[in-house]
Design a protein around this ligand. Structure first.
Ligand SMILES: [Zn+2]
Ligand SMILES: [Zn+2]
Length: 276
């Protein structure tokens, strides 16, 4: 058997209660499948704390803390709690944050306020941002263009961040890349009818690409209908390789190096020596 591809899942929610019954086994399967690091992304104060707690117990897990647009209405002007969580040594990014007009679980003004406040905090702390933008492409682009322009040193000092589960077309992806963002490709790139996602995976410069599961959501085609988990990331990477007509090893190596750069993970952290 070939050695597994060395991968980094840049966006997973293994701290969610969907894994309460088999979290240790889930992490073992991820590790056995070649996943060498996972960024556990928080969505509210509780899941942020859970992400940090899990990352404290496993040196190959990292946390990102933020307020999801779904929870924006509960995010007051006082963000001391988030600032405190962001200062934790296992925290490598701020988010997920952004705009979601698809489910619209918080009113637009609340979504904007929470998004802008977190961007400001990220600029101050020099942390990369994890962006969730769903059916809000124009507004997200406007906000992030302004923010990137106001952060002239960021692209050199530290990457701006990542558009997670990117859902736009290739033109929009390339605009974000030009601004200094990474684009994250999720499991739905494996769906036969996902023409736009496939076009993005094909046309995106490899140096701007990272991969994610967003588990427990967005299960790749081969496991569709089941709960998603980091071990399935390999299916996404193999599909991207097929679409680009490149070896899966090249996609794995590039996306892993990119994830290290994006979140300032040291390669020693992901040298494949970690046990769950
Ligand atoms: Zn999201
Ligand atoms: Zn997510």
């Amino acid at each position: 058997m070939n050695a597994p591809l060395a991968l980094i899942d840049t966006h997973a929610h293994v701290q969610f209660d969907a894994y309460d019954k088999d979290r240790a086994e889930t992490l073992m399967r991820a590790h056995a499948a070649g996943v060498e690091a996972i960024v556990l992304v928080g969505t509210d104060p509780t899941s942020n704390s859970a992400a940090i707690a899990l990352a404290e117990r496993h040196d190959w897990l990292y946390a990102s803390v933020g307020i999801h647009p779904h929870d924006a209405a509960n995010f007051g002007p006082d963000h001391h709690a988030l600032r405190e969580q962001a200062a934790h040594p296992r925290v490598v990014a701020l988010g997920e944050m952004g705009l979601d007009y698809y489910r619209m679980l918080a009113p637009r003004p609340a979504q904007f306020a929470a998004f802008e406040a977190q961007l400001e905090l990220a600029a101050e702390l020099l942390l990369p941002v994890v962006i969730h933008a769903r059916q809000a492409a124009d507004d997200a682009l406007a906000v992030l263009t302004r923010w990137a322009a106001a952060s002239p040193d960021r692209t050199n000092a530290a990457p701006l961040g990542v558009l997670h589960c990117f859902e736009g077309d290739l033109d929009l992806a390339l605009r974000y890349v030009e601004m200094g963002f990474f684009i994250s490709i999720p499991g739905p790139v494996t769906y036969p009818n996902a023409a736009e996602r496939r076009a993005v995976a094909r046309g995106l410069p490899l140096e701007a690409m990272v991969v994610e599961t967003d588990c427990p959501y967005l299960t790749p085609q081969g496991h569709r209908g089941q709960r998603n988990e980091p071990a399935y990331l390999v299916e996404t990477v193999r599909e991207i390789a097929k679409l680009r007509n490149e070896p899966a090893e090249a996609i794995a190596a590039a996306t892993t190096a990119n994830a290290c750069r994006l979140f300032a993970l040291s390669p020693a952290d992901t040298a494949g020596k970690r046990a769950p």
